[in-house]
Every structure is written in C-alpha cells, then in structure tokens.
Design a protein around this ligand. Structure first.
Ligand code: CTP
Ligand code: MG
Length: 239
C-alpha cells in the first residue's frame, strides 16, 4: 500500500459503447469471460499503487457492478457511484466521492481493460515524483492529414511531435479538481482529463505509453483484446 502517498483511481465506466455496436454497456461487455471493467480494476489493483478505486457506472447498473466487483482477489477498496452524461461529467461526479486524505488521482478508462499494471505503477511513480500531471503516450504511426468539410486534404501534419494519449492519467488531486471546477462538462469538448488540465494552464508531462493499454472502441478492438488475453493466459499471466 502507499499510505504515505494516498492515491485513488477514478474509473469512468458509464458510457454506452455505441461504436462497439448493440449490446450491454461497454464496461460490462465480456472479454475472456469477464467484463471489461473487471479487467481494468484488476490491473489497477495489481499495480500496488492505488489505495481506493472509484468507479463511475451507468446509473441503472450500480448494484450489478457493486456485486461484480465484490471479489476476494480485489483487495483494493472500491466504491461505485453513478456516472453522468459525458465522460467528463462521470469523472467530475467520481471526484465528489474522494475521501479527504487522498492526495493523488489516476483516471483510467474502463474501456482499456488490458493496461499493464506496470504502466499504472509508472504513471503513479511519475506523479509521486513531483510531476503534477502525467499522461502515457505513443508515437502516431499513421500519416495524419487535415481535411475540409468536403474531405479534400488541406495539409499533411508532421507526425513526429504527435503522441496518441492513453490512460491512466495521473494528477495531484488539487490540479485535477481545479481543472474540473473550471470547465462546464456540458460545454467542453475535452476528451481526456489532461485536456482540462492544459486549459487551466498547467504543464502536462507525457511518459511512454504501452501498446496493450489500447482502448476498446470498435468491434475489431475486442478481437485484438481477446487474442492478447489468450496469449497472456497461455504464457501463464492470469487476468
Ligand atoms: N464514459 C463515462 N461516462 C460517459 C461516457 C463515457 O464514464 N457518459 C467512459 C466510458 O465508459 C469509457 C471511457 O469513458 O470507459 C472512454 O469513453 P469511450 O471509449 O468513448 O466509451 P463510450 O462512451 O462508452 O463509447 P462510445 O463513445 O462508442 O459510445
Ligand atoms: Mg464516448
């Protein structure tokens, strides 16, 4: 445990998963027999960097999710709260449940079920070392073009300084709370927490991300996740 650096993880899990197609809310979709959310929470717990996990869940699934997460192998304290209309609102609602002793917060998408515990630990270590805002990122591999409203190319963007940003994103509690307090979730277009922190004027550090921390967004991502999980299980890594 990290008693001298009390750290919570907020897990936004209240999305519908529309791009994944019809079915249960995305956090409850199965991967290797367990819901995506359970995989994500296990990885956070396995990092040994997190003292409290707050899950923002779909409002109609609170009891079901509380039961799902009530497992003996999940030793970390877990709270389940109702999420909101947007990811940002879900994180803001979870922030309201933080106990006063928490000093650091990692925000991790339920939709990134196979995040390695080592990446969680690296992000936590970087905020504990004095960086107020830390995000994992990977170089962009595709060529990126900007287009106009008729899909004609306006420009090709130099991808070398670009990073595709993942979660968990780590912050001091004060930095994350003031960034959320400054932004109305109904008006903002930020797709991650670091985006809000940037708007508040705070510098954000990018550390190396991990390919296995990819987000399950479209059906093909579940195919990749199943294959990766099968490979992990075959090599004796249980998840
Ligand atoms: N999320 C949330 N509350 C919302 C919307 C999203 O907590 N109102 C969470 C999702 O559950 C997910 C994470 O934010 O863990 C990243 O969002 P995304 O991948 O966009 O998931 P969904 O919004 O569920 O998917 P889609 O946009 O395809 O509907
Ligand atoms: Mg979404």
């Amino acid at each position: 445990m990290t008693a001298e650096r009390p750290t919570a993880a907020i897990v936004p899990a209240a999305g519908r998963g529309e791009r994944l197609g019809p079915g249960a809310p995305k956090a409850l979709r199965l991967l290797g027999g367990a819901p995506l959310l359970v995989h994500a929470v296990r990885a956070l717990s396995a990092s040994h960097a997190i003292d409290l996990i707050i899950v923002a869940a779909p409002i109609d699934q609170l009891d079901l999710i509380r039961n799902l997460l009530d497992q003996p192998d999940l030793s970390t304290e877990i709270e389940v709260v109702a999420g909101g209309e947007s990811r940002q609102e879900s994180v803001a609602l979870a922030l309201l449940s933080l106990s006063p002793d928490i000093e650091f917060v990692l925000v991790h998408d339920a939709a990134r079920p196979l995040v390695p515990a080592e990446l969680v630990a690296s992000v936590a270590a970087a905020v504990h070392a004095g960086n107020p805002a830390v995000v994992p990122g990977l170089p962009v591999v595709e060529t990126v073009k900007q287009v106009d409203s008729d899909d004609h190319v306006l420009a090709t963007i130099d991808r070398r300084p670009l990073r595709a940003i993942q979660t968990p994103q780590g912050f001091t509690r004060a930095v994350l709370q003031s960034a959320h307090a400054l932004t109305d979730p109904h008006k903002s277009s930020a797709t991650d927490d670091a985006g809000l922190v940037e708007l508040s004027g705070q510098q954000v550090l990018v550390i190396p991300g991990h390919e296995e921390a990819f987000k399950v967004t479209r059906p093909i991502d579940l195919v990749l996740a199943e294959a990766l999980l099968a490979r992990r299980r075959a090599s004796g890594i249980v998840s």
